[in-house]
Design a protein around this ligand. Structure first.
Ligand code: KIV
Ligand code: ZN
Length: 576
């Protein structure tokens, strides 16, 4: 609510203000020229994981020592070379974890640990104690620089805020000299916290002051980490700010530009990507985007986005399920079902047209031998992140005719003839409409079995024999004799032909079941565990021109088609 004076009688009336009007819109920089939109990401940034610090501090139950160690080792296995392990001056637990990592020999020689500290003298002192004995360390100090924080939290002007940062920088430089002399590879990182809400000229000023206070040089660069502590604008505006910042920084050569995007507007990944275009060289991120509020930028998505553009992200996510399981175990957080690259459902197509296109893409890949990934609706080969290719297709009422056949092929090895797809697709569709939910592959298999393989009534082959000989001209002659049961009574059939199917068809000639012509047949082997079986698909046509399909399975390759013919006849006479 706010008060609006009325000119006429000078009485004040209250006016309801629309709720959204209380927000102050972000004012983008006015840029004459920008070069970042024309750039491309062609190489991986330096990755720094902040899972064990920013991610950890955002957990309902922060990780214990064992969990942090397990997480740390996973990050190392993924290939992260810079890992912020915590805030050792903040609590005894954090201090102990830092000591265990160093003393317990958990840190490989090519991995640098990073420790965070506020720009406050006693905390800086304590941090130096915590890192004793480590080989490679990044000491990361920060203070808030934004207009809002200066106004409502620190009640300080720009000079006061700059002094906090430069005093810390001087102290860190001083304390680090003996440590470096003893052989530690110690580097510095400074974050103007809430960079995104800081006047850009002031951000340049304070970062330059820190560069000078800490004696950074092109040979011993400082990491300038520019956080969107709370994401407050569109990623393109952020990229403009970054390009501006970098172009104005006098000692640009003495700094590595790092980003630390949060995700309040859901644009953390885009901010990081556009930030890389605008000149960032390093990214602080977390697995699956865990972090304060809506999280830090997601390292998996960012890296895999590069991967799908043909850029090596230099991180290994080839067993994403294992990483996800570790993450969920240690953080007690859940990875969402639609989380890019990692979610349960991200390699699943529900829509029929998607399923058809995936089928065609898969066939195209096989036939063309294409060296590129060219499958519609699958931006990435699921196998590249260790995911199964099989469960891509699930069947619901929106699935097309090819979907059910696809499941039969990819999940169970039944390669149905194309002509049969619509009929089986219809059977599955009727079932999805009936149950109103998605059908699991096992149910689709059951429907196939019930409708085709178990179509053994009314006609059933009780016993049979084949005799085969090849004449002088190489033609084969098969005679068939069999007993067929129908509704309790049995009858004998005999016939001969140029093959088992022909012989059987001739044998049933003149019987009641003799109103079909043979249209097509397909047979292939199917493995059932250690057992190999033949499966035959039969297409018959009745006198009205309607096609009927049947399927027979047998260890005997001559018997499978006969069972298939009987299955087709049985389905036709029972109206299935
Ligand atoms: O989000 C942030 O600004 C931070 C800083 C401490 C780098 O986490
Ligand atoms: Zn953060």
């Amino acid at each position: 609510m706010f008060f609006r004076p009325l000119a006429a009688d000078h009485k004040e009336v209250t006016v309801m203000k629309k709720a959204y009007e209380k927000y102050i819109p972000f004012v983008p920089l006015k840029m004459e020229h920008r070069s970042w939109p024309d750039k491309r990401i062609t190489k991986a940034p330096i990755w720094c994981s902040v899972d064990l610090r920013d991610g950890n501090q955002a957990l309902v139950d922060p990780m214990n020592l064992q969990e942090k160690l397990e997480y740390f080792h996973t990050l190392v296995d993924i290939g992260v070379k810079e890992i912020e392990i915590g805030f050792p001056s903040a609590s005894e637990t954090e201090y102990e974890i830092c000591r265990e990592l160093i003393e317990g020999g958990h840190i490989p020689d090519d991995v640098t640990i990073q420790v965070l500290v506020q720009a406050r003298p006693h905390l800086i002192q304590k941090t130096f104690e915590a890192i004793r004995g480590a080989k490679h360390v990044i000491l990361h100090f920060y203070n808030s620089t934004s207009t809002l924080q200066r106004k409502v939290v620190f009640h300080m002007d720009m000079d006061g805020i700059t002094k906090i940062a430069t005093d810390a920088a001087k102290l860190i430089y001083e304390l680090s000299q003996p440590v470096i002399a003893e052989g530690m590879d110690l580097r510095y990182e400074y974050s103007p916290e809430s960079f995104m809400g800081t006047e850009m000229d002031y951000a340049v000023e304070i970062c330059q002051a820190v560069i000078e206070a800490i004696h950074a040089t092109p040979e011993k660069k400082i990491i300038l980490n520019l956080p969107t502590t709370v994401e407050n604008c569109m990623p393109n505006y952020f990229a403009d700010e970054l390009e501006y910042f970098i172009s104005k920084l006098p000692s640009r050569d003495s700094a590595i530009i790092s980003l630390h995007p949060h995700n309040d507007r859901g644009c953390g990944v885009a901010t990081a990507e556009m930030g890389l275009l605008a000149g960032a060289e390093r990214i602080e991120a977390t697995l699956f985007g865990n972090g304060e509020r809506t999280g830090n930028v997601d390292m998996v998505t960012l890296a895999m986005n590069m991967y799908t553009q043909g850029v090596d992200p230099e991180l290994d996510f080839s067993d994403i399920n294992k990483i996800k399981a570790m993450y969920e175990r240690c953080t007690k957080m859940k990875v969402g079902e639609r989380q890019p690259y990692a979610g349960e459902l991200v390699f699943t197509a529900f829509s029929g047209s998607h399923q058809d296109a995936i089928n065609k893409g898969t066939a195209y890949m096989e036939e063309s031998g294409s060296e590129y990934w060219e499958i519609p609706y699958l931006p990435i080969d699921p196998a590249d992140v260790g995911r199964q290719y099989e469960p891509i297709i699930r069947i619901n009422s929106q699935s097309g005719k090819g979907g059910a056949a696809y499941v039969m092929h990819h999940n169970f090895g039944f390669d149905l003839p194309k002509a049969m797809h619509p009929e089986f697709g219809h059977i599955v569709q009727v079932e999805t409409d009936r149950v109103g939910t998605e059908l699991k592959p096992e149910r689709i298999y059951e429907l196939f079995k019930e409708n085709y393989i178990e179509a053994t009534a009314p006609y059933q082959l009780v016993r049979h024999s084949f005799a085969e000989f090849t004449d002088e001209e190489g033609h084969s002659h098969v005679t068939f004799a069999g007993t067929i049961r129908c509704e309790g009574s049995t009858f004998q059939v005999n016939g001969s032909g140029n093959g088992p199917i022909d012989a059987f068809f001739n044998a049933i000639h003149g019987q009641k079941m003799d109103r079909f012509t043979f249209v097509d047949y397909k047979e292939h082997a199917i493995s059932d565990g250690s057992d190999s079986m033949a499966v035959a698909y039969i297409q018959l046509r009745d006198q009205e021109g309607k096609d009927h399909f049947g399927v027979g399975i047998s260890h005997n390759i001559n018997l499978a088609p006969l069972k298939g013919i009987l299955s087709a006849i049985n389905r036709a006479v029972t109206g299935n």
